[in-house]
Design a binder for this molecule. Sequence first.
Ligand code: DON
Length: 553
Amino acid sequence: MNVNFLLMGILLLSCTSPKPIKGAVVSAREEASAIGVEIMKQGGTAFDALIATDLALTVCYPNAGNISGGGFLVYRTAEGKVGSLDYREKAPMGASADMYLDEQGNVMPGKSTLGGLAVGVPGTVAGLAAIHKKFGTLPWEDLVQPAIDLARKGYFVTKKQQRSFESKKEDFIAVNGPDTFYAQDFKAGDRVQNTALAETLERIAKYGKAGFYQGPVAEDLVNRVMETGGVITLEDLLAYEPVWRDPINFQYKDLNIYAMGPPSSGGICLAQIMKMIEPYNVGQYDHNSKEAMQVIVEAERRSYADRSLYLGDPDFVNVPKDSLLDVTYLNKRMNSFTFEKATKSTDIAPGSIQWEESEETTHYSIVDPLGNAVAVTTTLNGSYGSKVFVENGGYFLNNEMDDFSSKPGVPNMFGLIGGKANAIAPQKRMLSAMTPTIVERKGKLAMVVGTPGGSTIITSVLQTILNVYEFDMDVQSAVSAARFHHQWLPDVVVFEPGQFNPSLIKSLQDKGYNIKEEYSRIIGRVDAIQISESGEITTGADPRGDDTAVPLY
Ligand code: DON
């Protein structure tokens, strides 16, 4: 071939084919994703970008982004080393098993969700500092600075955010009084400048972990908790330490999956469900078809039943991980399933409970040009946590204590029930469902995924992975696709509103599945990155929220 033609061909190709993506941040807000990418442009890794993205979310996504909650990191380095960090909140030293019960032994409504008593000892800043110590390549202050700038210059309110502020305004005022910062009626397009938070972040930039857990920031936090009926002390803050733990690792067909282990139930439940599903080869059925949904729902039912009994903080209770993940055990669990008829949750274990609306958490996924990958899910638990706002510090406090089982058999705000394994004890971590997950295929990084959604987190991560690897979707379609959920109790399949064909719903009802349309709601906000076998990076940002993928070219 004539050399000129060849050169022209190459030139044309490079003009028409899209620029390859070298890395990406997918998070709940464009500003936060862009800040993470900017850090990578400055030569930072995914771990550096994580710190900057996380703190930016604290500023512009105050319902879930936080310095005063907790979270989990699952990572895979460019060299293929995998690990996880647990920076989940802990019960304060002054907590006790019956702290939310009245004299008759009944759970006092609202005590574990609203106000100071709902607050767990925060883990986020300690977690970020530990990540920086182990993996950081850029100076800590440079990673905190973008969030300081965002807090000073202000972030813009989105339409969804305006609705979120409006829906919680009464609670903000009930807990903090009418002059509280976030009762200001911010409208879409308004710029929110949070100087108090900028000052808090400045102390964190200067003193690292100590900038939050000691000194004036710690004192303000403790005072605010005390004023609102809580029991956290300076001693609690000083004692907080995150823990590096081994993630749960399992194989599903040709996938090698790593997800967060206890004190999250995410990894164990995801592994149980996928191992129960594996023999049924769900990819042979259509996506969201009756048969595929039956298999998935039945596996979910059985796993969530186990969750309620066996899972809790591994530093306090013996979690029978190996038995729960034993393939013979899991196959036996599915023996009672037939395509003819729904299993009843009462036949798996007794009980009947109310379903509550899910609130907010946030997940982000990052891949850098070197091939490091991080999956982080972080939360205040409910939207804006306990609604307790530290006015001097510019941030909300979590209500993570509600993730404990206040009383055996009594559901928490996600309708999840638990027993002794997840009972409250001083300095214990409450059980979580957060499921930051990393998937490998043929020894290479293949996917980074996670989501908020309380009890629906595990089943949303599950469906996203299945959508890609069983139903052949690209990652954005996999994230956007309609989702459903079952969690053993209540014995109800929840469908996203208006997304499922009435004839499909009817055919499941005919099999005995309990489908209550009034429970219909958005399920999860998944942020994922897929890496093809040839190394091509594609992203999936959930259209259910303001989630945005920012690529690094
Ligand atoms: O750790 C957990 O499982 C819960 N605190 C997560 C809460 C959550 O996802 C709320 N979001 N929608």
